[in-house]
Design a protein around this ligand. Structure first.
Ligand SMILES: N[C@@H](CCC(=O)N[C@@H](CS)C(=O)NCC(=O)O)C(=O)O
Length: 235
């Protein structure tokens, strides 16, 4: 049976972290809203005993799971994208949760006050938040990823263990998203962060990911997504 992914149409958003894993594994999956429309997301939440607060949501037979990191915790072993040992799996999950943290902080640069209001209604706060993000938070997160790769006892160039995991695929997407949102800051900050840059290159070269990137199926970033490019927030 196919996996069913429920995520908003039109933006890569957090759904893309899940898609990256499904695509890399060559898994059989349906992007349900892209076939039937966004209404299926609310419909699913009304029907099941485990309604997710927000998409992405994955249905795998009887299992319906939300929260990107939980979805990947479930999918990782099934797709061959997680280590075998429990401690190593927990470590990959921790890394994924940190990727989720950075995703929230990137989102909050353009919506620092009210998630339901327009960016234009919170511009001064957004500029202030984005400056702190660029100057303090972004370098701190990138340094942490560099350290994680450097300390990996497997010395594989991946975040954990000797083989790529779903967290590596997510880091690739996150770096691509940050490059879109903050091109100036990222071109500065990626200088000297060679391990993260190399990891991203290697992910892009994985045959199924390379085919996916070339396919035109990957949705473009835009100013309605989680990661938005407003030049004034890029400093
Ligand atoms: N922590 C959740 C966040 C999910 C989330 O914020 N989803 C967004 C789209 S990317 C959404 O639709 N949110 C609706 C809401 O928060 O009301 C995750 O990592 O999956």
């Amino acid at each position: 049976m196919s996996y069913e992914l429920y995520y908003w149409t039109g933006i890569p958003g957090r759904g893309e972290f899940v898609r990256m894993a499904l695509e890399d594994a060559g898994a059989d999956y349906v992007d349900v809203a892209r076939v039937k429309g966004d209404g299926v997301i609310e419909k699913l939440a009304k029907e099941v005993a485990t309604p997710s607060f927000a998409p992405p949501v994955l249905r795998d037979g009887e299992i319906v799971v939300g929260q990107t990191a939980a979805i990947l915790l479930h999918l990782g072993p099934k797709l061959g994208l997680a280590p075998r040992q429990a401690a190593a799996r927990l470590w990959v999950h921790q890394i994924q949760l940190t990727i989720a943290d950075l995703t929230v902080e990137a989102h909050d640069t353009h919506h620092p006050v009210d998630v339901n209001a327009y960016f234009e209604e919170q511009r001064p706060e957004a500029r202030r938040r984005a400056a702190a993000f660029r100057q303090q938070r972004l370098p701190k997160f990138l340094d942490w990823f560099e350290t994680v790769i450097a300390r990996n006892p497997g010395r594989s160039g991946w975040l954990a263990g000797t083989r790529a995991s779903y967290a590596d695929l997510s880091l690739f997407h996150l770096v691509a998203a940050l490059r879109y949102a903050f091109p100036e800051a990222m071109s500065r900050e990626m200088r000297g962060r060679d391990r993260v840059a190399e990891l991203c290159r290697r992910v892009a070269e994985r045959p199924r990911i390379a085919a996916y990137l070339a396919s035109g199926r990957r949705l473009p970033f835009s100013e309605s997504g989680v990661f938005r490019h407003y030049p004034e927030l890029d400093g």
